[in-house]
Design a protein around this ligand. Structure first.
Ligand SMILES: [Zn+2]
Length: 321
């Protein structure tokens, strides 16, 4: 087409018997054909270009949607309910869509940045709360090692927004919360006063300094029921030397609770109990100088202060839900 040879053409026009000759030169013919080819080529390129651009935008949209979904789940795993727009777009206008995705992407980046700072501050609070509750590194690692937490953040490694500080802080927050969630957040009596704290004290019977490995509680308002502080399985239910009639429950993640000096026991070894299941009645059996409940919390067989641990777990559950 481009290199075709043209010859001058003559068009004969007849007007009222007169004949006129219109000459179209070879040069004009060649230029007209070449101009047409150029215009057609340009239009075709435009059409292909727009299709490719639309495809690229669609791919980019899917990638960003994926990225934003990952961020949503990462935030959720850190106990945050992200208040982001849903990923549905009603309009088909590709350019408009691209712009709204870019805007949302920027919003999310800002959001992630803000939350990274908030989470870091929360994590520091949790760490100081836990250490002041006597939950030292050893106890915390015992809880963590007893049941590894699934890798939610780890699967987001391909997401650049979830890397670095945000991933570190959400993972740390998840760990800290899972430790605290493994601990009981309520006392074993419906109404009580604490008559003896955790720690070294003169033994009530022998009078020698000894570790009181739990706390002593007296029931109030006539309700003597002893309730399981957390769901678990009864490992021991019966008479047990100093503790008298005692129940030991194993909970998740290496946490155990002991209820001693009971009058009656309502459960037997192997029973599964829920939080609040009555285990027995407060009594004065074993090495005891009066009716009371001796209550212990153990983590991987280390005794921790039940009062401090329960207060911490309660505080965290109230403030970070
Ligand atoms: Zn005691």
């Amino acid at each position: 087409m481009w290199h075709r040879e043209y010859h001058d053409s003559r068009i004969i026009l007849e007007q009222q018997g007169d004949l006129k000759y219109l000459v179209i030169s070879a040069r004009v013919q060649r230029n007209a054909v070449r101009a047409t080819i150029l215009v057609m080529g340009f239009l075709t390129t435009m059409a292909v270009g727009m299709t490719v651009t639309a495809g690229w935008l669609q791919t980019r949209k899917i990638m960003l949607e994926h990225s934003h979904r990952q961020i949503y789940f990462a935030l959720q795993s850190a106990g945050i309910n992200p208040d982001l727009q849903s990923g549905e777009y009603s309009q088909d206008d590709m350019l408009e869509m691209a712009r709204s995705i870019r805007e949302r992407d920027m919003q999310i980046r800002q959001y992630v940045g803000d939350w990274t700072e908030t989470l870091a501050a929360r994590n520091n609070d949790l760490r100081s709360l836990m250490s002041s509750s006597g939950l030292n590194g050893k106890v915390i690692s015992l809880i963590q090692s007893s049941q590894p937490v699934g890798g939610v953040i780890e699967t987001f490694n391909d997401n650049p927004l979830l890397g670095g500080a945000f991933a570190k802080e959400t993972a740390a927050n998840r760990e800290l919360r899972s430790v605290l969630e493994a601990l009981p957040d309520r006392m074993p009596l419906p109404d009580y006063t604490i008559t003896s704290d955790f720690g070294i004290r003169p033994h009530p019977v022998t009078n020698k300094p000894s570790l009181h490995a739990g706390i002593d509680l007296k029931p109030q308002n006539g309700d003597d029921r002893v309730l399981a502080v957390k769901a678990g399985k009864v490992l021991v239910a019966g008479y047990h030397g100093n503790l008298g009639n005692a129940v030991l429950i194993r909970h998740d993640r290496g946490v155990e609770t002991i209820y001693g000096h009971l009058d009656k026991i309502f459960v037997k070894q192997g029973d599964t109990v829920q939080q609040g299941t009555p285990l027995g009645l407060v009594g004065n059996t074993g090495q005891s100088t009066g009716k009371h409940l001796h209550f212990e919390v153990l983590v991987g067989s280390y005794q921790v202060d039940p009062k401090k641990v329960i207060q911490t777990a309660q505080y965290v559950r109230q403030t970070q839900k």
